[in-house]
Ligand binder design. Sequence first.
Ligand code: IPE
Ligand code: IPE
Ligand code: MG
Length: 229
Amino acid sequence: MNTLKHLAIIMDGNGRWAKQKGKMRTQGHKKGIQTVREITQWCAKNDISYLTLYAFSTENWNRPKTEVDFLMKSLKKYLLEEANTYHQNNIRFKAIGNIDAFNDPLKALIKDLEKTTSSNTALTQILALNYGSRDEIKRTFEKILSKKSYKEESNIEELIQSNLDTAGIPDVDLLIRTGGEMRLSNFLLWQSSYAELFFSTTLWPDFTPTELHKIIQSYQERTRRFGGL
Ligand code: IPE
Ligand code: IPE
Ligand code: MG
């Protein structure tokens, strides 16, 4: 049976969920945040060490300003409300992505939550915020090249790994995308090199711990070969 340390989810389908119900797209995002809460708490209680959720991509700035503004406001509200839940459930919070693009109060909130939850041990919830794999790899190279001693490094793979936003976090074991699209949309390309992929047609606001549990059970039965036999 495969163990599951790191679960990553591309939470897609909020807008279509709203459209189907004749609601505004923002209502889909609102309902999607409730799903984030349920799934995170389920993971904390079910022995998953790392849960990475794709919340806002480097490409999502291309959406109308009203939607981007709503997403930023919702993120801030979520983080403010979540502080207690993190502590009650022993959850550590971490952000990946380029958060320098956010306004100062939001940046400060993210940093503060990372700090105050840093000794929690049950689950690490990683939110990918203004995240794109290519941007992460670009920033990783910038970090490496700014160190004078990089030419003396012999283990280049380890050098890259330890300068990614996910430094210290194990590779993704299982990557789920909801919403029916079968693409990665610039998410964790390096870290998911050997991830098992699962695509669900369920729209993110309708995704449940029961469905997640079923996906995990089918993941556990897969044969992971890592290029061997
Ligand atoms: C995912 O849902 C949430 C974000 C990307 C922020 P979408 O907003 O992409 O929903 P669809 O794909 O339009 O249905
Ligand atoms: C991926 O969803 C990004 C997040 C879930 C945050 P998108 O809806 O932005 O992806 P595309 O545009 O369909 O590839
Ligand atoms: Mg989408």
